[in-house]
Design a protein around this ligand. Structure first.
Ligand code: AMP
Ligand code: ZN
Length: 482
């Protein structure tokens, strides 16, 4: 197994992954959902890859402490701290309290994770539960001279952080200040951001708190640093998020972390490419999004979306289309069919041992596939290459299936699925009605008696009823017609 290598957006290079001090414990922070609307499959692309990276770390022997925030406060319609609070706006629209909105969409988010077999974080932290921590952090920044006050809040002075302008190899001198409209004239630098926003004088917000600076609420960039450092310490291994966080949110997190602790919060910063819909980023705010529920409504297994995501390298954009998901659904069914076949062979082997002639050489072939697979994932999460290994393994085994030990093939599939998370060996099998099972059995007997005309007729009859028989040398399986 080769060591893990991963692209670190801080250096702009693919680096060998090495924990900071504790040899086997990894601190991981991932920016979570803003819970004002449904989770869409664009978000899920990022969450799937975060889950994959966790599984890769785990396969390499690491234990992971994973913390994710839930933004239920302070995320304004522009990432540059202007506009309306997204959750307060949605609460007005739906005539509900902000707590009801946050609760409802948090549940939706968790439902989505379950559909896609994404492991939940160890700690899921709603920002509104960490107000005291955020105030404490802003006070520290204030004491160290990083903040200043303007009419709508307390701001972070980004010019005080030497490396700020070039973080993630960007050049912030190119920034135009005209996208920071409302408070541009009062801010010292266009890149400065709100740590604490004052509640508007003419409006009662549903979520607001007292603070040393006046009644208001914390800025969006503040929650992640408070939550992350509270649970994972000053400096931890991994911080992830989508590409959209590279220009604003993540530099602002790092600026605050440097202000408070002198460190850049995390050693590795990993960013995932966008899911596009009609060549544009899929996004809640523009409304051009699909949900996993839409995929399920099309009779597609949600895990087909997981497979679709893994087909494209994480640092590239991926184009969404229902046709592509359909193709992934077919591929997933083929994978399941192969797994069912191998599981059936395992049962058959108990009383038909002589059919099998597994060789030591084939054991080595399987082990080599296993090594290639993990090496592909260890090589900067190269999921397309890992999938290629999976399909190669299946076609090699299929070519001479009785020369492989089904137990060994199952063990390889299990190892692959520990990372892929496609439920290869424990997928929900479609319930085959008793009538179909009976017909299939009858056909099997007739076929063995060489009454091919009658047996073919039953097979066609089964097809008309929406099921297909997959014949193998000494047995058959039944699946839904593809
Ligand atoms: P949000 O709820 O908008 O704050 O986003 C939650 C996570 O999903 C963040 O890490 C975003 O970077 C990521 N994300 C949002 N839209 C997309 C997209 N179209 N493709 C990939 N990741 C996305
Ligand atoms: Zn964040």
């Amino acid at each position: 197994m080769t060591p893990i290598k991963i692209h670190n957006s801080l250096s702009g290079e693919v680096e060998e992954f090495k924990p900071i001090d504790k040899p086997y414990l990894i601190g991981m922070y991932t920016c979570g959902p803003t819970v004002y609307n449904y989770t869409h499959i664009g978000h899920l692309r990022t969450y799937i890859f975060e889950d994959i990276f966790k599984r890769v770390l785990s396969k390499n022997g690491y234990l992971i402490e994973h913390v994710m925030n839930v933004t239920d406060i302070g995320h304004l319609s522009s990432d540059s701290d202007t506009g309306e609070d997204k959750i307060e706006r949605q609460a007005k629209k739906e005539n509900k309290t902000v707590y009801q909105i946050a609760n409802f969409y948090t549940k939706d988010f968790l439902w989505n994770l379950k559909q896609l077999n994404i492991d939940r974080p160890n700690i899921l932290a709603p920002a509104s539960h960490y107000i005291k921590d955020q105030i404490k952090m802003i006070k520290k920044l204030e004491a160290k001279g990083y903040t200043y006050k303007i009419s709508d809040g307390i701001y972070f002075d980004t010019s005080k952080i030497d490396c700020y302008k070039t973080l993630f190899n960007q050049n912030k001198d190119d920034l135009k200040s005209d996208d920071r409209i409302e408070n541009a004239s009062e801010k010292k630098n266009p890149t400065d951001f709100a740590l604490w926003k004052f509640s508007p004088k003419d409006e009662k917000r549903q979520m607001e708190w007292k603070s040393p600076w006046g009644i208001g609420f914390p800025g969006w960039h503040t929650e992640c640093v408070s939550i992350a450092t509270k649970h994972l310490g000053k400096y931890f291994e991994v911080h992830c998020g989508g590409w959209d966080h590279i220009p604003v949110h993540h530099p602002n997190e790092i600026a605050q972390a440097i202000g408070v602790t002198g460190k850049k919060l995390s050693k590795y910063w990993i960013h995932f490419g966008f899911l596009l819909q009609n060549s544009e980023k899929m996004s809640k705010s523009t409304g051009n999004f699909y949900r996993i529920k839409d995929v399920i409504d099309q009779n597609i297994n949600p895990l087909a979306y997981r497979l679709f995501v893994l087909n494209t390298y994480y640092r590239k954009t991926a184009d969404f289309s229902m046709e592509a998901i359909n193709a992934s659904n077919n591929a997933l069914n083929n994978l399941y069919q192969f797994a069912e076949k191998i599981q059936a062979l395992k049962r058959i082997k108990i009383f038909k041992r002589k059919l099998f002639k597994n060789t030591k050489q084939n054991f080595i072939i399987l082990k080599n596939f296993e090594t290639d697979f993990i090496n592909a994932f260890n090589d900067d999460l190269n999921s397309p290459k890992a999938l290629e290994t999976l399909w190669n393994m299946i076609s090699t085994v299929n070519k001479d299936i009785y020369s492989f030990d089904p137990n060994e093939v199952i063990s390889v599939l299990k190892n692959f699925d520990d990372i892929l998370g496609l439920k290869i060996l424990n997928h929900k099998k479609p319930r085959i009605p008793i009538k179909i099972r009976f017909l299939a059995w009858k056909r099997y007997i007739l076929k063995n008696q060489k009454k091919f005309k009658e047996s073919d007729k039953i097979r066609d009859n089964i097809l008309d009823l929406g099921y297909q028989i997959n014949d193998y040398q000494t047995f058959y399986t039944i699946s839904k017609k593809q």
